[in-house]
Design a protein around this ligand. Structure first.
Ligand code: FES
Length: 107
């Protein structure tokens, strides 16, 4: 299992466990987590799965995927260098303990 901690805008932390191959978005949706909408189901056609990767995990999660940058321009909240579409972050054992921060709103 791969543990992911989601930190809401108000500081609330939620720990979830997923399987390698799940995305950070799909794990959140499967567990009914507020703060990630995932309107397009993970096909990189919305930006309602916007998250900020914790700075300690930026290297491990790697660079943005092709097209991700463009889609992030539609994000409601500020986009920073730590911004990612959470549907494009695939869980693996290397990401066990991952921490992501959620924007104040997604839509
Ligand atoms: S769920 Fe739509 S871009 Fe990630």
């Amino acid at each position: 299992m791969v543990k992911v901690t989601y930190v809401a805008h108000d500081g609330t932390r939620t720990e979830l466990e997923g399987d390698p191959g799940d995305s950070v978005m799909s794990l959140a949706i499967a567990n009914g987590l507020d703060g990630i909408v995932g309107e397009c189901g993970g096909s990189m056609m919305c930006a309602t799965c916007h998250c900020y990767v914790d700075e300690d995990w930026q290297a491990a999660t790697g660079a943005r995927m092709d097209g991700e940058e463009d889609m992030l321009e539609s994000a409601v909240c500020e986009v920073t260098e730590r911004s990612r579409l959470s549907c494009q972050i695939t869980l693996s054992e290397a990401l066990d303990g991952l921490v992501v921060h959620l924007p104040e709103e997604q839509v």
